[in-house]
Design a binder for this molecule. Structure first.
Ligand code: ZN
Length: 335
């Protein structure tokens, strides 16, 4: 991954003279900040900038975010028209207050106001899942539709719903968290207080946990899988997908089971939200492209008839979706 120190020079643009009206998107993760300047269509205008942070509290981390923002503004360009910050947190998108960010261990941090002071212009703050979905809805695989569901598949499973042209927030800003839809009654424990959740079977951590159980149940059959991972502890969903492609029988069984659980989850989500476009996003989906085809077939064959018409598409934006979505979100007048 490209990395730039905050002291690095601003990226040179190959896109002509300085321009007004560009947007700046920032994505604050647990270990780094991504920053990118985009146009109104979400097209990058310069290479992204990555700045690491030490997760050592809001003051220090927000200083790094501001550094990333400054470094990412192409040399000689005017101020961005809008700045958006995406963050894995429960966020009040109206005020920019971060209620709770588990990875950063933040509670009630006025991130929007503090960053706005540092940059000298307003900053809109939005949950990262919501930001990624916003990018897909406005300029990506869901563009042109008023009813879109974006399923985010990574270590966990998340989602965001656009219904009737509105990105749903929910009573406590957690609408669309379908990773915690129970799909197996009395099933595997989850990171939430529930059990049998969608992500406990199909999320990256859920697949890895099921794989470790399979190896413990039959260490001889699982030996090749462990060898590929390096150790039982390092066994990941990516290892399982790669081993399946290489013909490993234990991985083959795990992946087919994962696809079965995935079908159940997707059918439930499509029935509940009735999207006309169903977008599959996230690193885990990129690692197993068959998820798109499987989702399309299960929605067509198993959803109640009106919901069965949803069209399934892979996401357009990759790992920069939250940063780009935050930029586009910030440029949209507040609702
Ligand atoms: Zn759960």
């Amino acid at each position: 991954m490209r990395s730039r120190k905050p002291s690095a020079r601003s990226p040179r643009s190959d896109h002509g003279p300085p321009r007004a009206g560009y947007l700046l998107g920032l994505d604050l993760g647990a270990t780094k900040v991504a920053a990118i300047a985009v146009d109104g269509s979400g097209r990058p205008l310069a290479p992204p900038v990555y700045v690491r942070h030490a997760n050592d509290g809001p003051t220090s981390v927000l200083r790094r975010v501001a550094q990333a923002a400054r470094v990412s503004m192409p040399e000689g360009w005017s101020r961005p028209r809008a700045v958006g910050l995406s963050i894995a947190a429960q966020v009040d998108a109206r005020t920019g207050l971060v209620h709770f960010a588990p990875n950063l261990r933040w509670r009630r941090v006025p991130a929007g106001a503090r960053l706005a002071r540092a940059l000298g212009q307003p900053v809109r703050v939005v949950n990262d899942g919501r930001a990624g979905a916003y990018a897909e809805w406005r300029r990506g695989a869901g563009a042109g539709c008023d009813d879109v569901f974006v399923l985010m598949m990574g270590t966990g499973i998340g989602g965001s719903a656009v219904v009737g042209g509105r990105l749903l927030e929910g009573g406590t800003n957690a609408a669309g968290e379908v990773g915690h839809l129970p799909i197996v009654s009395g099933g595997r424990p989850c990171h939430c207080p529930g059990a049998g959740c969608f992500e406990a079977y199909v999320g990256g951590w859920g697949i890895a946990s099921r794989a470790r159980d399979a190896v413990r149940a039959d260490p001889v059959a699982g030996r090749a899988l462990v060898a590929r991972a390096g150790s039982l502890r390092r066994l990941s969903a990516e290892t399982v997908f790669a081993a399946d492609r290489a013909g490993d029988p234990v991985a083959h069984r795990l992946v087919r089971e994962t696809e079965r659980y995935f079908r159940d989850g997707v059918v439930g989500v499509a029935n509940a939200f009735n999207p006309s476009r169903f977008v599959i996003a996230g690193g885990l989906a990129a690692g197993h492209p068959a998820f798109v085809r499987i989702a399309a077939r299960s929605i067509r064959d198993r959803c109640q008839p009106p919901a069965a018409r949803a069209i399934v598409r892979p996401a357009r934006f990759g790992p920069l979706a939250p940063a780009i979505g935050a930029a586009l979100y910030a440029a949209t007048p507040s609702r």
